[in-house]
Write a protein that binds this ligand. Structure first.
Ligand SMILES: [Fe+2]
Length: 179
C-alpha cells in the first residue's frame, strides 16, 4: 500500500544523510590536522554547500506550500507551525554562521582557531536539524497522515509536486536563493 505523504520521508532521509556526512567531515577537519586540510576543506565545502541548499529547499517548500495548506485545513496546528517557523529561522541563522566560518577557512586555511569554531557551529547545527526533523515527524507529518482526508492528501501531494517541478526546472547553475 502506498504510504501517504511519502514525499516527506524522502526529503527527511536526504537531509539526515547529509547531516551524517557533514558530521564525519567536521570530525576529519577538526582532528586530522594540517596534512589533510586541503582535502578536508574541499569536502567540507561540498557537503556544507549541499546541505545548505537542501535546507533552503526544505524551508521554502514547507513555508510556501505545506504550512499554508495545513493552516487552512487543520487550523489547530497553528502553534506547532509557528514553532517550526521559528526553528527554521534558528537553523537559518546558525547555517549562516557556519558558512561564514567556512568562508574564513577557505580564505585563510591557517587560521587554526577557526577549526575549533567551525566544529562547534557545525555540531550545534546538526543538533538543531535532527531535533527539527524529529519534531516534524511527530507533528505535521502525523497531521498529514492521520488528519487530512484522502482527497486533501492527494491535493497537498500535487501541490508539493508542482512546487518541486518549478524549483527543479531552474537551470542547474542558477545561484540558489537559500532563505
Ligand atoms: Fe521544517
Amino acid at each position: 500500500m502506498k504510504k501517504p505523504a511519502g514525499f516527506f520521508d524522502v526529503e527527511e532521509k536526504e537531509i539526515l544523510q547529509e547531516v551524517e556526512n557533514m558530521h564525519k567531515t567536521l570530525v576529519h577537519l577538526h582532528y586530522e590536522g594540517k596534512v589533510s586540510r586541503g582535502k578536508n576543506l574541499k569536502a567540507a565545502r561540498q557537503i556544507i554547500t549541499r546541505l545548505v541548499a537542501d535546507l533552503g529547499r526544505h524551508r521554502r517548500l514547507q513555508e510556501e506550500v505545506i504550512f499554508p495548506y495545513l493552516l487552512t485545513h487543520i487550523p489547530k496546528h497553528e502553534s506547532v507551525i509557528q514553532f517550526l517557523r521559528s526553528d527554521h529561522s534558528d537553523i537559518k541563522k546558525n547555517k549562516e554562521r557556519l558558512l561564514l566560518s567556512l568562508q574564513k577557512l577557505l580564505r585563510k586555511p591557517d587560521a587554526v582557531p577557526e577549526y575549533e569554531k567551525i566544529h562547534g557551529l557545525g555540531i550545534y547545527l546538526i543538533c538543531l536539524i535532527r531535533h527539527h526533523v524529529e519534531l516534524e515527524k511527530n507533528s505535521i507529518h502525523q497531521a498529514i497522515n492521520k488528519e487530512l482526508r484522502p482527497v486533501e492528501k492527494r491535493e497537498v501531494e500535487q501541490r508539493v509536486r508542482k512546487w518541486r517541478q518549478k524549483f527543479l526546472d531552474k537551470p542547474p547553475n542558477t545561484p540558489i536563493i537559500l532563505f
